[in-house]
Design a protein around this ligand. Sequence first.
Ligand code: GDP
Ligand code: ZN
Length: 434
Amino acid sequence: QESDRHPPVIFALASGLSRAAIAVMRLSGPGTGRIVESLCGRLPAPRRASLRGLWRRDGDVPVLLDRALVLWFPGPESYTGEDSAELHLHAGPAVISAVADTLVALGARPAEPGEFSRRAFTHGRLDLMQAEGIADLIDAETEAQRRQALAQVDGAQSRLYQQWADRLRVLLAHQEALIDFPDEELPPEVEQELVNGLRVLHATMQDYLAMGEGAERLRRGLVFAIVGEPNVGKSSLLNALAGRDAAIVSTRAGTTRDAIEIRVVMGDVPVTLVDTAGLRETDDEIEAEGVRRSLFHVKQADCVVHVFAGNPPSSRLEGDGVLVCNKTDLSPAPDGVIGISVLTGAGMDVLRDVLADRARALTADRASAPFTRARHRAAIEETVHHIGRAQAMAWPEMRGEEMRLAMRALGRLTGTVDVEALLDTVFGQFCIGK
Ligand code: GDP
Ligand code: ZN
């Protein structure tokens, strides 16, 4: 049975799963030193790489498992805050499994997803925002995502939220002074500063909320839906944008029955292009299902690329999409519409630029990187809500209660208050070895 006081030593491969020369096996937990000693004798000097033989004992017979670089990180100055170690193994699957079996025999157990970072959080080495930033950094596909995630790991948001929490704490102290002391003993500035302080904080946080969802969009990537009548060249366009044949192109109308998704990078943002079935009335049941899904994708999409050929569509689709006229090799595009020919490649560079600009615009406020997850926005909205209520309260006692609720909502962001329920969600999204 695991207890908080004696958590077991956990281990996992910290390096990628693709074939490589070296595999990094990471260990953490109070018994790590003892396990490393039984593997390779005396502990290496802290934070220094030493080449060691790793041994298993079969009865009295020592068996060599690998020669590896061994690093010893005594707690609390380690990633997890616990005693930990890294074994840089030769990456052969047989080496890895022999070492893993030996670690289990020595009392360690395989780590669960995100367990290293969760322990780092538990030991105060990271707050929740930073832990999420690490998950994002590991997933980052583009330069912009990398920068955003790293800012979060470095504590850009955590510091701001901490400032707000500190300010609220000071105001709450004013509030409590107002309750504890009769009017005549307290200078009038106390009440005045409390009222002003709440007003300023409320306004600051509302400005912050108004910054939009660019940072969250950048983290998750965008969805662009390609829609239009059958046969206008949607699948051909998707293939051209993706640079490969992913969608079926056919001269027969209604061929693309289901949505096909492809991930590309546009404007340094990952974009999922969705090729939808032709939007038209149909009696064919399978095609009708495709049309229903198209409409769903159009609703979900961050941008709709509406393709036509020949005559412009009579009704514009909802939202501010991009209107594209294809097959300009057959007839010219109407004025003011982006004209392309997927067949000849004409206009494709212009369209790529327009789509990249769109991707950048949709993630425009990312530089200030306010919210990278819906839970961040929700927590700040709740904080603002309670500060708003505190301002409206006539009774000092109730004002204090609202301020405490505001602090709580804010504390959930960085994980300083009631987060037990949150932890499984946050760390469950990690993969093993983080
Ligand atoms: P979808 O039903 O909208 O996905 O259309 P497809 O991509 O399947 O294309 C329908 C037909 O139009 C195919 O025969 C394509 O080769 C053809 N097509 C696509 N783009 C062009 C173009 O720019 N010019 C011409 N002439 N034909 C095209
Ligand atoms: Zn198609």
